[in-house]
Design a protein around this ligand. Sequence first.
Ligand SMILES: *Cc1c(COP(=O)(O)O)cnc(C)c1O
Length: 404
Amino acid sequence: MSETAVMSQKLSERITNMSTSATLAMAAKARELRGEGKDIIGLSLGEPDFNTPDFIKNAAIKAINDDYNSYTPVDGYVELKEAVITKFKRDNNLNYTLPQIVVSTGAKQSLANIAAVLLDKGDEVILPCPYWVSYSDIVKLNDGVPVEVKTAIETDFKMTASQLEAAITPRTKMIWFSSPCNPSGSLYSTEELNALAKVILKYPNIYVVSDEIYEHINYTGKPHASMAGIAGMFDRTITVNGVSKAFAMTGWRIGYIGAPDWIARACNKMQGQITSGANCIAQRAVIEALNASPSTVKYMIDEFNLRRDLILGLLNDIEGFKTNTPEGAFYVFPDVSFFFGKTFRGRTINNASDFSLYLLEEALVATVTGDAFGNPNCIRISYAASQEQIIEAIKRIKEALSNL
Ligand SMILES: *Cc1c(COP(=O)(O)O)cnc(C)c1O
């Protein structure tokens, strides 16, 4: 008689310990309710509601017709890396050279590469809160330890030099932050970066990952400030950027870094074993995107700016929403702790997750809990939606909250 072994379905600890992306989870939940026929307004996703500009689409069509179909160089086509260098020089006054550029399958892969090549077990990565949803899981996946630095809405969710210094330990390897920030919309000025740099430069082994994917979505009228441009920081900074947000190209999956050569070389090596080079058609299209003047996408920025003013005005009209004024990106990150402890149909709202779920079920508006970004008192509302949708969504939210 043969014995049949019971099939084991044990996944690795690595994946079991990873949290599911909260933004994607919320989108899935919204989809489920839509499937039940509910009219959900989605303000949860972080992607522009515009189409990719025609001149970029045409470049992709041309690339297909020109038979771009082979494997690409692992770190990207030379023409694309040259376009990245041109962009860094033109927009950020940064002088990178070819060996310092690596093109990846989205900025998300750029971040995953960096973590993989720089972190050893127990190395700490300082994350000013709120931070982009994937930072802490990417760090943990690579055996790093995320160290959260709490910031307050009153100071526009920005980490000060003294907060940074207090968080540094002998195990600190990196600081990761985005400016303009997803989810808070905050943006560090040159002076603020200078103050942080002064602390960092006291420690020879600390590197900065400066995620600048929202650089063009900036409402201040002032130029974007890059950490790598601060005196002494060029060799200590990995500048991460991509085309997803500014050019409405989230699905094309192209991101890139400018980094010290030794780090870029390691990212290239890592990528060579995992994904190889990024998609050939998307790369050809991005050459056109980056060689174009940023003014070609100004119409999107202008529209986001109008929506920001619209949504802030509407939110500030609701008792209990505490907002600050985001200076970039397309999110507001209001503090909703006023509503904690309130009850509806026997259910108590205890935290931002409950609140976000309440808005989904009672107002039919999808948002994301601040927990996912390291701040349990806030929710993230994306205004990458039409003005009509924003007006209707906030009206529904106001009505639903009047029942509490
Ligand atoms: C969207 C986003 C990314 C990821 O961009 P992709 O290029 O689409 O992978 C990285 N960082 C921040 C802060 C983002 O909001």
